[in-house]
Design a protein around this ligand. Structure first.
Ligand code: NDP
Length: 329
């Protein structure tokens, strides 16, 4: 069969993405072959493409997909040919009609969840699962706690708004337009700040919280928000820096954490959390139940043909997308 995949030969702009013919072999031990029905678009794909996260070249792209298992290698017991499945996984390679990949990160997709939703929610939804459920080391988040979530109208952001509402959290959203703020509020944010108009978002957060500040800031924007994010935190608050869409955060002045109130900082990645099959399944089951129960609705605002990956990347970087987007082989 004539298979296609998106590759880069050189890191750079969106024009580097090329759709090429590829061979897809048979799965080896611990692997499966999956035929994609949809692939997720994620900001990490931009970091892979532009070299911010270096990949061995030439490289395939895409960390999230859903489809049907075609074959399983030796030792794979949790999947069978014909299973509907979805994943968030390394190495990249989801922008493809089909692929061979490690089985351990691939989960059976419940019948109630369609392929496009599966492809749009695994990397983003498992990220929200660990951010809200597994990241705070002490007693965890409690109903009524205030948190700040930046870029809250994006793919990860809209899932986080809904999950936070289900947990009873007071999520203060930030987003780059009034329309995006309205979207975050409609998905469960308690407050929303347009940080393009209101650069001192920390002052608004102080107002909203009666001067105290929030327990956790979830910051995937990076350079532009880092300093303001620290200023949003209550004493003993936790800064979760989990992305850098606006550029890398400046070097950390650790003394500032004392001056601002004995703060904590973490820089987590999903891939530590899904290092084992057991952890991936447990987190996936939590995500599937949130989606199947309707507490989290995965909003797919844009669908692109696989051949239009370049346009998808341009739109993602231009900040014109909201919610999730998928590529269709
Ligand atoms: P989004 O759909 O959220 O898109 C990124 C958003 O970042 C944009 O829509 C934009 O929203 C905001 N943004 C702020 N400044 C910029 C800028 N200069 N250029 C581009 N965008 C900017 O993407 P995803 O849902 O895929 O991912 C969200 C973030 O979470 C990313 O930073 C990603 O790397 C990170 N992530 C981290 C993981 C981890 O485990 N560490 C796992 C998954 C995702 P606005 O216009 O509202 O500001």
């Amino acid at each position: 069969m004539n298979e296609k995949a998106v590759v880069i030969e050189t890191p750079g702009g969106a024009e580097q993405l090329k759709l090429v013919d590829v061979e897809v072999g048979s799965p080896g031990p611990g692997e499966i072959r999956i035929r994609h029905h949809a692939c997720g678009l994620n900001y990490i794909d931009v970091y892979h493409r532009n070299g911010a996260y270096a990949l061995p070249l030439p490289a395939r792209l895409g960390m999230e997909g859903a489809g049907v298992v075609e074959a399983v290698g030796a030792g794979v017991t949790h999947l069978q040919p014909g299973d509907r499945a979805a994943y968030a996984s390394q190495p990249p390679g989801a922008y493809a009609t089909a692929r061979v990949m490690p089985a351990k990160a691939v989960l059976k997709l419940p019948d109630a969840i369609d392929f496009e939703t599966g492809a749009a929610m695994m990397l983003k939804g498992l990220t929200v699962q660990y951010l809200l459920r597994r990241t705070l080391p002490q007693e965890g988040l409690k109903p009524g706690d205030f948190v700040v979530f930046h870029a809250a109208a994006g793919g990860v952001g809209l899932i986080a708004c809904q999950w936070a509402r289900a947990l009873g959290l007071q999520l203060i959203a930030t987003a780059g337009s009034d329309e995006k703020c309205a979207l975050a509020l409609a998905h469960g944010a308690a407050h929303a700040i347009n940080y393009r108009h209101e650069a001192d978002f920390a002052a608004r957060v102080r107002d909203i919280t009666g001067g105290r500040g929030v327990k956790v800031v979830y910051d995937s924007v990076g350079a532009d928000t880092w300093e303001g994010s620290l200023n949003c935190l209550a004493p003993f608050g936790l800064m979760v820096s989990f992305g850098a869409a606006s550029g890398a955060v400046p070097p950390l002045n650790i003394g500032a954490l004392a001056a601002k109130g004995s703060l904590y900082v973490t820089r987590p990645t999903l891939f530590t959390h899904i290092a084992t099959r057991e952890a991936t399944q447990a987190m996936g089951d939590d995500l599937f139940s949130m989606v199947a129960s309707g507490q989290v609705k995965v909003r797919i605002d844009k669908r692109y043909a696989l051949a239009d990956a370049t346009q998808a990347h341009r739109d993602l970087e231009a900040r014109v997308l909201t919610g999730s987007a998928v590529l269709l082989p």
